[in-house]
Design a protein around this ligand. Structure first.
Ligand SMILES: [Cu+2]
Length: 347
């Protein structure tokens, strides 16, 4: 088994020999990766995701995800008890090809208190595999599944208090690439939106405590990308970087548990996007704001036409102005005054 050293993940791929008895296994590429942007947070590094798939044959993947309950920074001076997959929000992206098979082991870290399980929307089976993967602290269980249909699908914890566990961070994405793969782009990023319900008001210093009443009322205190207030911005831990003339693919998973997202790139539009992550369908073009339901995913392309800071937002803008949701893409390169320029001199 090859350890990637990325977020504690282990992955082993081998060629699928089914139907070809005696065939030699091929070396497979890594199909899962992840990692934190900063150690005292749960912020998944949006640039650490598995590479696009170019092979033309099916393989079998052996993948491990660990449920980890962690105390981490939600904001400067504010901490929270998160529940995560591999210590990060969103959980590591799993990337496979249609027709691939997976043996997935769900582990629960020794220090955990709660039970956890995994519902993967790409899995055709009871509970998306959640019955087969229910684990208590220190336990480990495995399941086998075939990636029958292409698309970008959410995975999430599915214990009875699943809304709380998702709110605390237990969601991520599996991308099942179509047989023909995805369009070629220059770069890719992976982000996740979810909301947190606390007794204390937004930005209160100290430890924030979970509020079940506010969750039942679907009235969150925080709405976040990647598990921290304004995490992916110049004012905090840095924006994603892009270059003029390039095309960037954005994978976004909306964990919820209750709120959808109206995903908009301020200063740009989605040149192409696949609503609900439905990669088997033709994309929509030139979409300004795309709804992403809780429990669903989004895949979209941005042409980076001019130097600018693109702000990725949920266009339900009180979530941006008052609840902590923001990611930025800093695009650098040569000015394009034929596309945009300031006309009036600064005052
Ligand atoms: Cu859980």
């Amino acid at each position: 088994m090859a350890m990637l050293g990325l977020g504690g993940l282990a992955v082993q791929n081998r060629a699928m020999a089914a139907g070809h008895a005696g065939a030699l296994p091929h070396a497979g590429k890594s199909d899962i990766s992840g990692g934190l942007l900063r150690a005292d947070t749960v912020i998944a590094d949006p640039t650490r995701l598995p590479p696009p798939i170019h092979r033309q044959h099916a393989i079998h993947h052996t993948i491990e995800l660990e449920a980890r309950e962690v105390h981490a920074k939600l904001d400067d001076g504010t901490e929270f008890d998160f529940m995560t997959w591999d210590g990060q929000v969103p959980g590591p992206m799993i990337r496979v090809r249609q027709g691939d098979t997976v043996t997935l082991t769900v582990k629960s870290a020794n220090g955990n208190v709660r039970p956890h399980s995994l519902d993967i929307h790409a899995v055709m089976g009871t509970g998306g595999g959640s019955n087969a993967t229910m684990v208590g602290p220190g336990q480990s269980r495995s399941e086998f599944f075939k990636c029958t249909y292409p698309g970008a699908f959410i995975y999430h914890c599915a214990v009875p208090n699943l809304d709380e566990h998702i709110s605390r961070g237990m969601f991520g994405m599996i991308v099942v690439e179509p047989y023909d793969g995805l369009p070629i782009v220059n770069s890719e990023i992976y982000i996740g939106q979810h909301e947190i319900y606390t007794r204390e008001p937004f930005a209160t210093k100290g430890t924030a405590h979970f509020d079940y009443s506010r969750m039942a009322a679907e009235d969150p205190t925080y709405v976040l990308f990647n598990g921290a207030v304004n995490a992916l911005t110049a004012d905090r831990f840095g924006p994603v970087k892009g270059k003029v003339g390039e095309t960037m693919r954005v994978f976004m998973v909306c964990g919820g548990p209750n709120l959808g997202s109206s995903l908009h790139p301020i200063g740009n539009v989605w040149k192409e996007c696949w609503p609900q992550g439905a990669l088997a369908n033709p994309p929509l073009h030139y979409i300004q704001t795309q709804p992403v339901a809780p429990g669903s995913c989004f895949v979209g392309h941005l042409d980076l036409l001019v130097p600018e800071t693109i702000k990725l937002v949920d266009h339900a803008l009180s979530r941006v102005a008052r609840k902590g949701l923001l990611a930025e893409i800093a695009v650098t390169g040569t000015d394009r005054p034929d596309i945009f320029k300031e006309v009036s001199p600064p005052v």
